[in-house]
Ligand binder design. Sequence first.
Ligand code: NAD
Length: 557
Amino acid sequence: MWQPFLRRSLPKVGLRWQHRSAAVEVANEPVLGFARGSPERDALQKALADLKGRTEAIPCVVGGEEVWTKDVRYQVSPFNHAHKVAKYCYADQALLDRAIQAALAARRDWDLRPPQDRAQVFFKAADLLSGPRRMELLAKTMLGQGKTVIQAEIDAAAELIDFFRFNAKYALELEGEQPLSVAPSTNRMVYRGLEGFVAAVSPFNFTAIGGNLAGAPALMGNVVLWKPSDTAILSSAAVYRVLLEAGLPPDVIQFVPSDGPVFGDTVTASEHLCGINFTGSVPTFKRLWKQVSENLDRYRTFPRLAGECGGKNFHFVHASADVSSVVSGTLRSAFEFGGQKCSACSRLYAPESLWPRIKDGLLEEHPKIRVGDPTEDFGTFFSAVIDHKAFERIRKWLDHAKTSPNISVLAGGQCDDSVGFFVQPCVLQTKDPLDPIMQEEIFGPVLSVYVYPDKEYKDILQLVDRTSPYGLTGAVFAQDKDVVAEASKILRNAAGNFYINDKSTGSVVAQQPFGGSRHSGTNDKPGSRNYILRWTSPQAIKETHAPLGDWRYPYMQ
Ligand code: NAD
């Protein structure tokens, strides 16, 4: 059954890499369709059936050994919280210290390995994910994080495979980037890993992000402590196993689920911390940054801090826009994965002239959105939100909307956590464009709309720019080219990923490298060559091939 995937997915990339400056050919992983009767649909259904009712035991892995502590926890399925999908344990401070030591002991050998060897591990891991491990990881992502088939496929298969292959390609091509040599000397650049260990801290919402946060520094010769999210343990452990299966030496990445603050406190207290690779919320990243600055005197090297954080992403609609693109793009962007993408659209600015048609479109489609168990019903558009904490946070926002005189609920917003953490897609209209609901990240299936007079669109573009502290993604819908040009200028700093007549979500590795600035993060653009540069400390080496001769300069004589 796996042969077709396997054959197609083996790019033999390593073999094509002939000499230092050669370009390495890789392509984006094709996204499978899972149509009724397709082999991939059957395979996925089988993988889901295999996991049904099961609880997988997931230990910490430190120094290549599986370790259980007494602090045992469970990850539950968001759409059926009676199902414990994983039993795992928190690494305590002592175990984290052991993990740091084990990682440091492995650092020298790993860093000295030829880059081609390190890259091969990631090409192999990508091939395993593309072939024999694909369905297991999709099923675990669906069950553990509540993703639908397509959301799991674009994340745990396509994006993760792309991260591994493109990062490896960029790393190999970097070896070809060498300085000028002028006779009688030759110069070269050695791309070393950073000196110390990197702490990788991942969020729940993308299986691919966890693999990339730990994987990219490892590829570049670093050793890593990987703290996965409590609500993505099942899929993160599967990714970790794929890396080991692909030949990653066991000590290069230490797999240490742990309490967030305990992990943060322990790694930032170590003199050997050389980098933090974080994706998650702003408060967590700020806390880590502050801890690093407080501990600055104790570090052996300045730690590199990479953080991709939240967003308050916008769709700005001009009177010249195509209404059907606005409606379909907004429904997908706002509600796919329950609005739990950092790029999800959560504020829509609509001109008065188009609003009746946009509103009709949204409200006509709204009842067709199926919210449920994505493993039983493949027609589900999105599922439950990730956990009880998220459910309560979103419910509070909905209570605010229901009680605010400025906001009307146009559709949805019902909440029910009796079986899973279900929130129905909600469309709100606000009279106040600066209501907190237009400014703060909600991270749930809630879309807020502000309707503006057409002729004020330039002022509204300024308003879009200054309304939220974030700068992650945003889209402008307009057929008028002058408006697009003007919006692009005014919103230049409002989004690290800017879309024209397209929804604000769905970036693809190497096509739309992702990330934002302002409070959305350090914008290091995972999915581009820029990203791997964060995880190397280049050494320039000059070698002279002729004796120096006289120490005096000619002009001195
Ligand atoms: P979170 O900040 O709650 O958690 C992220 C990770 O940090 C988790 O592993 C958590 O356990 C850990 N953590 C918590 N406290 C910590 C501490 N004191 N020290 C060290 N680690 C700690 O975020 P989340 O709910 O998992 O993810 C959602 C957030 O992530 C949203 O804000 C979303 O926008 C953002 N996100 C951003 C991007 C991006 O590329 N910009 C991508 C995905 C998610």
